[in-house]
Design a protein around this ligand. Sequence first.
Ligand SMILES: Nc1nc2c(ncn2[C@@H]2O[C@H](COP(=O)(O)OP(=O)(O)OP(=O)(O)O)[C@@H](O)[C@H]2O)c(=O)[nH]1
Ligand SMILES: [K+]
Ligand SMILES: [Mg+2]
Length: 420
Amino acid sequence: MFREKYCMNLMGLNMDMSTNFDSMLQVVALLREKDCITLLEFSMDMSTIRATMGILERIKDIEAEMAKTQKNKATEFHLGLLKSKLAKLRSQLLEGPKTGGNSADKQFEVVKYGDARVALIGFPSVGKSTLLSTVTKTKSEAASYEFTTLTCIPGILEHKGATIQLLDLPGIIEGASQGKGRGRQVIAVARSADLVLLMLDATKSDVQRRLLEQELALVGIRINQSPPNVYYKPKKTGGVSFNATLPLTHLNAKLCIAILRDRAVHSADIIVREDVTVDQFLDVVEGNRQYIKCLYVYNKIDSVSLEEVDRLARQPNTVVVSCESRLNIDALIDRIWTTLALCRVYTKKRGAAPDFGDPLVLREGARVEDACRTIHRSLADASQVKYCLVWGASTKHNPQRVGFGHLLADEDVVQVVKTT
Ligand SMILES: Nc1nc2c(ncn2[C@@H]2O[C@H](COP(=O)(O)OP(=O)(O)OP(=O)(O)O)[C@@H](O)[C@H]2O)c(=O)[nH]1
Ligand SMILES: [K+]
Ligand SMILES: [Mg+2]
């Protein structure tokens, strides 16, 4: 309890990091005196904080300059370059300390397990731990005070023959993208997930959804978007070649060349195949963006009116639940399943019935080749496989003789005939 109290204190301080830097230094010294050094590991060390502060200040300056620059044709180029500088600084923030993983990072390291990984992201006390304890056998402590959860807690959700790893995480706070609270570690886990559940409190205002989206956007996580259709390849020589396959309304060669020059790239091939914005182009150039599927999960619907539940449920990519009252939990699990777009393939031996109890769990778009490789590494070699027979939604006849490139469908049955 003593330990937790100090952690919470420190989190509180972190929130005011930018305004209260000096007083924070004093408190850190005080905590050191009181032998609370281990608690500091949850946060950042001082040199990281100093470096971060420098970057944050430059970000603030650029944002201020952008705010006072009028948006028009004449300033378009200038604004584009400012955006580019912002993106560069934010990438630096993301990279974080060069010292490698510290012990706080290690506490968050959880081995990937199962067929897919789902991370629970949200502000404190929205009910993330309650959800984990509701849908898995793992009990994660839940309580009415904020920051109950301090590390990454994995649980396992078995559904339709698939094993899904569900990760409970500490609540994030505004500014998590700048490393406040445990933001850095939480975000690193989110990046490793196949699906992120953005958990929200149905009793709170709509602002939380926008704030959460903003924090994720700032760290280069692009939710429910596909990567921009832009080919970009830096070269050693030859200058920048800029081509577009359609008229562009946000971007031009001059700005792109300037953005690249700012990154010391003087030669590159660029082919733009979509009317992308400057921000999307920067996403391509920075290259460290993560395109992740996400579901908005509104919890605590037991505490709001039916009209409100109805309004929330109508938003895109949204599920409404009450973890405590076990309302709509099965629907949530189904949505997790369909959003992950997994594909079950049952294997069968010649003359035997398919093994319906233990499917191979692949991704949507999997081919026979993927199924073979999953059955056994040796089967990844086409010369080892004479042919495959497939029964199911992906074939015209049942069974159908298919090659390695055949696209599989959910619940197909596959029989591999090896070369002897
Ligand atoms: N009314 C209501 N309360 C809930 C529901 N689910 C969780 N709670 C309560 O919300 C509080 C926070 O729950 P937690 O599961 O600890 O929330 P958390 O998001 O894990 O919080 P942190 O780990 O602190 O970030 C607890 O007091 C729960 O009892 C729900 O469906 N309805
Ligand atoms: K809590
Ligand atoms: Mg929790």
